[in-house]
Design a binder for this molecule. Structure first.
Ligand code: SF4
Length: 441
């Protein structure tokens, strides 16, 4: 694996910026002067674009970024391997939507107009604002003042000179420091407990504000509004400092592996499903492929075993998610590689299915159809809104709860189909197996 060039490494450090100041949401507290030590009010679109570029800089350039701390703490070699991957493929459109949602949340919390949609992002700002409500309500319920999109120096935890991270919300309530992180995705539920990303933000906020307040405990919170998840983790100071020590030790291990990799020495990897899931090096990582091969008994990339008994099936089932995830990551990487103009031996790009036909000019099509003497009933399709659309209307205040309850009485849903889950899954066991559930085998 080629070592990163000196110029690319200096480009990374050159891209790091000095900490920026945050927007204050409220100043109705005796602590406002303490918090305003490092805070100024938001200043229009310049501020918003700074936030956006900071978030992108966090993702694209910090090798030990807070958002990937769970990964580099669990797999110390991953930071080095990720630094070897060309391009910036972290997160794709989900990451862009997430970044934009953070901007929308910051605007709503600081009374600014909604930011313009970034070019190429297909999203509805109003819909995002509605989805954000649980997060906005949580932040508004905290005592003020609250710092929104607070940029914090984090190098004391990650060891990367000049590194910074952006905490979505920092608040002080009596003797409690509160740090809230918004996660906008619909994918995996994230817990606040033992979350190193939150620890880094909270540790950095604690360093900034400890001098100005008698902080006795720290509350770290993750809000995932689209999953209905609000997860809190509160620590007293001794436990908080011990947890921060573990993060520092993890960062030191990752930096040692980075040095080993750069010098051509052996690098240590610890593949695991949860660790490899969001690793941008996943598709190219030999350790991950070896784990999948070992777990499945299938030599990558050879086809499946002809017959597996029930015990063997149980053993493989617990790895199915990892295998699916690995296959998906390999396909994504191959597509991105070929789209970038590089060849993968034995493979090529072809056109997939075309999208559905659409009128380029609805008005012209309507006039033409009218001229063809087609009756109105044939020219127009009248469709009743769906129950999901009606529910959305209720959630956005278009209809009252009383009206929605009447409508809900007219809705039905198909029964949930059985799915396989580990024995410790919280859902009760599905016992009703009917002929309709049986697959056609
Ligand atoms: S894919 Fe997994 S094992 Fe490989 S570097 Fe990433 S986290 Fe580590």
């Amino acid at each position: 694996m080629p070592r990163p060039s000196r110029s690319s490494r200096s480009a990374r450090s050159a891209s790091r910026r000095a900490p920026k100041k945050a927007a204050i949401m409220s100043s109705a507290s005796s602590r406002s002067s303490a918090l305003s030590v490092s805070a100024t009010s938001s200043r229009s679109s310049t501020r918003r674009s700074t936030t956006r570029s900071l978030r992108r800089a966090d993702m694209a350039h910090a090798l030990l970024s807070p958002s990937s701390a769970a990964r580099w703490m669990a797999c110390p070699g991953s930071a080095w391997l990720c630094s070897q991957i060309k391009g910036d493929s972290d997160g794709g459109s989900f990451a862009s939507e997430g970044s934009y949602a953070h901007e929308v949340a910051a605007a709503l919390l600081t009374g600014k107009p909604l930011p313009a949609l970034p070019a190429g992002l297909m999203a509805d700002p109003q819909e995002i604002a509605t989805d954000l409500e649980p997060y906005l309500n949580y932040v508004k319920s905290l005592p003020g003042p609250r710092l929104i999109e607070q940029c914090l120096p984090i190098s004391q935890f990650t060891g990367e000179e000049g590194a910074h991270g952006t905490a979505d919300c920092v608040a002080l309530a009596d003797d409690e420091l509160i740090v809230v992180d918004l996660k906008f995705g619909r994918g995996v539920k994230v817990e606040a407990t033992h979350n190193p990303q939150l620890l880094i933000y909270a540790g950095a906020a604690f360093s900034c504000f400890d001098f100005a307040a008698d902080i006795r405990k720290v509350r770290m919170v993750i809000v995932q509004p689209r999953l209905g998840n609000i997860s809190e983790w509160t620590l007293d100071l001794p436990d908080f400092k011990a947890a921060l020590g573990e993060v520092r030790a993890g960062a030191e291990r990752a930096l040692e592996e980075m040095k080993a990799g750069d010098e051509g020495d052996e690098v240590s990897f610890r593949p695991a499903r949860s660790t490899c899931q969001f690793c941008r090096a996943a598709a190219r990582c030999t350790a991950y492929a070896a784990m999948v091969a070992k777990a499945t008994g299938v030599k990558v990339p050879v086809a499946a075993v002809p017959m597996i008994d029930d015990i063997g099936l149980a053993g493989v089932l617990s790895h199915v998610d990892a295998v699916k995830q690995w296959c998906q990551r390999v396909e994504e990487d191959a597509l991105a590689t070929m789209l970038a103009g590089r060849k993968i031996p034995g493979w090529k790009l072809v056109s997939g299915r075309e999208g559905p036909r659409k009128w380029t000019d609805e008005q012209a099509a309507d006039t033409l159809l009218k001229g063809m003497k087609l009756p109105v009933g044939q020219r127009y399709v009248k469709k009743l809104m769906t129950p999901t659309q009606a529910l959305k209307l209720f959630k956005t205040g278009g209809i009252s709860e009383h009206q929605w309850l009447k409508l809900e009485a007219l809705t039905t849903r198909s029964e949930a189909k059985p799915v396989i889950a580990p024995i410790d899954d919280k859902r009760p066991e599905y016992l009703k197996v009917t002929a309709a559930d049986l697959p056609n085998v």
